[in-house]
Design a binder for this molecule. Structure first.
Ligand SMILES: Cc1ncc(COP(=O)(O)O)c(C=O)c1O
Length: 410
């Protein structure tokens, strides 16, 4: 299937579920064939069902709090000189991050399927926190799989999950981070899929989970497009949309409405986790040229060794600390529609310090990677260029790491 401008990217896969003929698919065990097929059919019906859409829109406005603000970072722009820097403050959504969109849609799907149990994975803890919130709201029983290392470094989000009545299942295998949490969650679903619905926390996993997540987060770019038109009276000539990329759900949601525009008008810049400056480890499959591999039921660029074993990753940001990436981003990379780069731990921390100094914003370590790129390129551009960063998470969860690495900023 050739890339088509006017079809949402989530729907531009072939009949086997592959984008660009090679990314995505559904590499699943035989026992999951039926539940995955059922979910695919249900979702294709639900997304066209006016009652379901009415419900979704109601909860997006009245529970999530859409639209989230679109603001100019005037002090930061003046300090750096060059391009104008703006932020879409998605962290203002209920719960403090974009993960609430996917979680809410999955909870609504779970209800429609008549299931009472929902399970999900989490890294930074936001996907888990949001799923626990949505489960509580809709009366579902919730279980969250989370790597033991992440449980330690993202305590505030774990506290929130427990307060919402979710069970956190610690994962002690492998690197004890997101990659292992997703694997364990999928393993659990294989034996419990008859009465349990699974929410994959990003645009990764078998084809249908990429689609549901991308469909949910695309709300962000729908709002942004409207807000840009209101602010500038038209879509300006030079915009750069900068987003961090872990699995890729916030970036896809931030970009989806803009993919069809020419890239010299709207450049899409994805920023992966470069890891600590001194370490060889990173979580940047797209910008470090990782090869195609299979991870969590889909084909994508994956950090791996010569034998195809998944490489260990390292990042200060638990949400970006993942060796794979969405097939949607692999396809956008191959199409050369998006440019992918990385920011190191230190660059993300410096970005955080600068933002705290100049603006009333508290971005978590994930979006700080995107801010680091904006800070790097803004002075080289002129003020006709509009950089928009998706500030997709709040730093409350990073309290302990920030205190340790940069002390008290006040
Ligand atoms: C605030 C925030 N931003 C970004 C990410 C990365 O995920 P994705 O690339 O799917 O948006 C996470 C993941 O947990 C997150 O919590």
């Amino acid at each position: 299937m050739k890339f088509q401008k006017n079809i949402p990217l989530i729907d531009q896969h072939d009949k086997y579920g592959f984008w660009g003929g090679k990314f995505g698919g559904s590499f699943i065990p035989e026992t999951l064939k039926k539940p995955v097929e059922d979910l695919t059919i249900s979702f294709s019906k639900l997304r066209k069902n006016s009652e379901f859409l009415k419900k979704k829109n109601f909860y997006f406005s009245n529970y999530i709090g859409s639209p989230t603000p679109f603001i100019k970072l005037s002090n930061l722009s003046n300090h750096l000189g060059g391009a104008q820097i703006w932020a879409k403050v998605v962290s203002e959504a209920n719960g403090g991050a974009h993960k609430i969109y996917n979680a809410t849609v999955h909870a609504l799907i779970c209800k429609s399927l008549g299931k009472k149990y929902i399970v999900g994975d989490t890294g930074a803890g936001y996907a888990g926190k949001m799923l626990s919130m949505a489960a509580k709201k809709f009366g579902l029983k919730c279980k969250i799989f989370m790597g033991a290392k992440d449980i330690k470094r993202q305590k505030p989000n774990c506290d929130a999950m427990r307060r919402n009545g979710a069970e956190i299942v610690p994962v002690y295998t492998g690197s004890q981070t997101l990659v292992d949490a997703v694997s364990e969650c999928m393993r659990y679903w294989v034996s419990n899929c008859d009465r349990t619905h699974m929410c994959v926390g990003s645009t990764v996993g078998p084809n249908i989970f990429v689609k549901i997540c991308g469909w949910s987060t695309s709300q962000i770019s729908k709002e942004l497009k409207q807000q840009i038109k209101e602010e500038f009276k038209k879509i300006p000539k030079r915009i750069k949309l900068i987003n961090c990329v872990g699995g890729g759900s916030s970036a896809y949601g931030f970009w989806s409405e803009f993919i069809k525009y020419p890239k010299d008008q709207i450049e899409l810049i994805g920023v992966e986790a470069g890891g600590p400056k001194r370490s060889k480890l990173h979580a940047a499959p797209l910008s470090r040229g990782a090869k195609l591999g299979i991870l969590h039921g889909a084909a994508s660029y994956v950090c791996q060794n010569n034998e195809g074993q998944i490489n260990e990753t390292e990042s200060i940001s638990a949400g970006l600390d993942y060796p794979g990436v969405s097939p949607l981003h692999c396809y956008l990379k191959d199409l050369k529609r998006a440019r992918y780069t990385l920011a190191t731990d230190e660059e993300a921390l410096n970005a955080y310090k600068l933002i705290k100094k100049y603006e009333k914003l508290n971005p978590s370590l994930e979006p700080c990677h995107a801010f680091a790129e904006a800070i790097k390129i803004a002075p080289k551009l002129n003020d006709k260029t509009i950089l928009i960063v998706n500030s997709c998470g709040d730093a409350k969860k990073d309290r302990d790491i920030l205190r340790k690495r940069i002390g008290n900023l006040k």
